[in-house]
Design a binder for this molecule. Structure first.
Ligand code: ADE
Length: 225
């Protein structure tokens, strides 16, 4: 998979891809992530990327031209399956959406700032708008990092069988069960007995029951009863 991220703050987006699972996925060539600096595509003397909103009002708007120029360069390499604009008014990210996006070959993400991007970018270049939750961030960069992480860990080969995403919370509309590790007792706090019984079927039943209870309590809308 290829992910191209268009941003005015490429440095802000470097670190998430330089550690842990995302780094491993890149090192194994399972994903190629490229950060594009929108400012480099500005034809203005000062390399500006934003301007005042027509009609007045507070806040600057990101201009269409540098984004269009940058997108054209991205598209020279190959045509994306989706051009995603990260915005608080987009479709709220879900595991289902991450699953779908993880099956694509080429995704472009556009990070907005200020009051957002000129609407003509959204109307003409963007194929999907995604929000990572009902709150407002200073820009789309952290949202693009979250979306990339949610997608990349699902690409076959990125996680080992042991850590397979199939057992993640939300994969079957259930939250994951609680997990414990050594020591068996810490300052009087004990691990549930059932986990030591050696009966895998019984342990799996217990885990499933715990998942159901957690889901009912914490995400009641996911339980179908
Ligand atoms: N940009 C600013 N806030 C955002 C959010 N909640 N999701 C995606 N992009 C954003």
């Amino acid at each position: 998979m290829k992910i191209d991220i268009l941003t005015i703050h490429p440095q802000l987006l470097q670190s998430p891809f330089e550690h842990s699972i995302l780094k491993r996925a890149i090192d194994k060539n399972l994903v190629d992530v490229k950060l594009w600096d929108i400012r480099k595509f500005s034809t203005h003397k000062q390399k500006s990327v934003d301007d005042y909103a027509f009609g007045g009002g507070a806040g600057m708007v990101m201009m269409i031209e540098p984004i269009d120029n940058c997108l054209q360069e991205v598209k020279k390499e190959n045509q994306p399956d989706e051009v995603i604009y990260l915005t608080p008014d987009g479709e709220v990210l879900s595991q289902k959406l991450a699953n779908h996006l993880s099956t694509l070959k080429h995704i472009v993400m556009i990070c907005g700032h200020y009051k957002g991007v000129d609407q003509r970018v959204r109307d003409n270049f963007v194929t999907r708008e995604v929000s990572i939750g009902d709150y407002v961030l200073s820009g789309g960069e952290l949202a693009a990092a979250v979306l990339s992480d949610a997608i990349i860990r699902l690409i076959p080969g990125v996680l080992s069988d042991e850590t397979s995403a199939l057992t993640d919370s939300f994969q079957d509309d259930l939250l994951a069960p609680p997990v414990y590790t050594r020591p068996m007792e810490y300052k009087g706090l004990k691990v549930p007995e059932v986990l030591f019984c050696g009966d895998h079927k019984k342990i799996e039943e217990w885990r499933h029951q715990q998942s159901l209870e957690r889901t009912k309590k914490l995400r009641p809308h996911l339980t179908k009863e």
